[in-house]
Design a protein around this ligand. Structure first.
Ligand code: BGP
Length: 465
């Protein structure tokens, strides 16, 4: 075994999930993700009412099985784990004054179990989980009142958990609101409205809410750390045509905008042109800008799954759900069409470091694909091991390049409902969960081959890569 690839001492090795994708909806209010139509591949859509059966209703039943799942994660040796708190479990409608004690007690038990195992919790405050009631009755994040509701929620969870949770993230993949505004931003846009204005207005309120939440956290417990979370699957030019190169650059900047505001505490200059050209006029107050300037994040977290390719004049679309970019002939794709690009991860780590000079947490990365169980009950996901190995090597290289990388939380270490397709059959796990797209199955957990591999990686702090 060589020591060549050993990661820095104290490197955080873990996994990541979101409440709505794993817990089930018992004892909580509906949230935006519950409205995702299942079995449909494509952009997240806003259904009126969930079907009788909807995938998030039970998900993989972590509401009843989380503690056992944490025991399994501990067996892999994880020293951290990223979850989200379901906002609608603490405030079912979102606008109540008092939190639900039952909801708070649930996460107490979970954090206690994690800490018993030496697993440091990392908590996302809102992972596509805006309470639906707030969308229906207040217009969601297009309404300034959301800042107050969010702060009330933050106050409840910060006060309750600050001794147990030292790492907090604000909004999951906030930049995705430019593509999937209903689920990532928690609001609707009526036909004929100025979409860009609606999106940037919501983003403004979310930035202010996040900054003020950070101030609140620091007043409650200055030892806690607060980070932003941005989808950073990257974008390459299809050719050296300057139009492709500049277009890809602008596409990446569109993502980094969401880091920029939260790291530097002000709007970057290029955004004013975008607003001018799209007729965007925001409702702002002077104290908003004071809050942004005074509360900048301690670290940057991001998701990275793949790279996309931009060709001038062709619609590339987004990089999370249904749109596929121009094919990159140098890369293979998963069964779901996502281009596998480990070097892209090294590229992203370096680019974000150059731009923002902050510690980085790779909060999501993983391979979502179909897994087949053999007759003897084993699941040989060697392709996932290969994916993981190549991405971890890329992180190792990025660390050698000088990037300050705090940790890596693999997405969906046990199978959960997919965010983009609302299906179970798009699986990421090292642990198989017996449940299908129609909601059948025993929910039994079963290790895949990759389980032992990740365990060995963690046990050797990366030396076995
Ligand atoms: C990110 C989301 C996650 C997650 C992941 C994988 O965009 O933050 O919630 O699910 O992508 O995507 P999917 O589930 O669509 O494969």
């Amino acid at each position: 075994m060589s020591e060549v690839n050993t990661f820095p001492a104290g490197f955080m090795w873990g996994g990541a999930v979101a409440a709505n994708q794993c817990e089930g909806a018992e004892d909580r209010g509906l949230c935006v993700s519950d409205m995702a139509p299942h079995g449909v591949r494509g952009p997240y859509v806003d259904q009126q009412v969930p079907d009788e059966y909807y995938p998030h209703q039970v998900a993989v039943d972590c509401y009843h099985r989380y503690l056992d799942d944490m025991d399994l994660m501990a067996k892999m040796g994880m020293n951290c784990f990223r979850i989200s708190i379901a906002w609608s479990r603490i405030f079912p409608r979102g606008d109540e004054e008092e939190p639900s004690e039952k909801g708070l007690a649930f996460y107490d038990r979970l954090f206690d179990r994690m800490l018993e195992h030496g697993i440091q919790p990392i908590v996302t405050l809102s992972h596509y989980e805006t309470p639906l009631y707030l969308v229906d009755h207040y217009g969601g994040w297009r309404n300034r009142r959301m800042i107050g509701f969010f702060l009330n929620y933050c106050q409840a969870v910060f006060k309750r958990y600050h001794n147990k949770v030292k790492y907090w993230l604000s909004f999951n993949e906030m930049n995705n609101l430019l593509d999937y505004y209903f689920v990532a931003g928690g609001f609707r846009i009526a036909e004929g409205e100025n979409e860009a204005e609606a999106m940037y207005q919501a983003a403004h309120y979310m930035f202010v809410a996040s900054a003020r939440a950070m101030a609140l956290l620091r007043s409650i417990d200055p030892t806690c750390k607060y980070g932003c979370m941005v989808n950073s699957s990257t974008l390459y030019p299809a050719t050296c045509n300057p139009e492709d190169v500049f277009g890809a650059y602008c596409g990446r900047r569109r993502k980094y905008f969401f880091m920029d505001v939260q790291v530097n505490g002000r709007y970057p200059t290029y955004i004013y042109r975008i607003w001018r050209e799209n007729n965007v006029h925001l409702e702002t107050r002077p104290e908003d800008f004071e809050a942004l300037a005074a509360n900048t994040v301690d670290f940057i977290s991001f998701s990275y799954y793949r790279s996309n390719t931009y060709e001038h004049g062709k619609q590339t679309g987004s990089d999370t759900g249904g749109f596929i970019s121009e094919p990159n002939p140098y890369l293979e794709r998963t069964a779901f069409g996502w281009q596998i690009d480990p070097l892209g991860l090294r590229y992203v780590c370096n680019e974000i470091t150059d731009l923002f000079h902050k510690p980085l947490l790779i909060a999501e990365n993983g391979m979502g694909t179909y897994d087949v169980m053999n007759d003897d009950g084993t699941i040989d996901d060697s392709y996932r091991i290969d994916f993981l190995k190549r991405h971890l090597l890329a992180i190792y290289e990025a660390i050698q390049d000088g990037c300050d990388i705090m940790g890596y939380t693999y997405w969906g270490p046990f199978d959960i409902v997919s965010a983009g397709t609302a299906q179970m059959s798009k699986r990421y796990g090292f642990v198989y969960v017996d449940r299908d797209d129609e909601g059948h199955g025993t929910l039994e957990r079963r290790k895949k081959k990759s389980f032992d591999y990740y365990r060995d990686v963690i046990a050797t702090n990366g030396a076995v890569l």
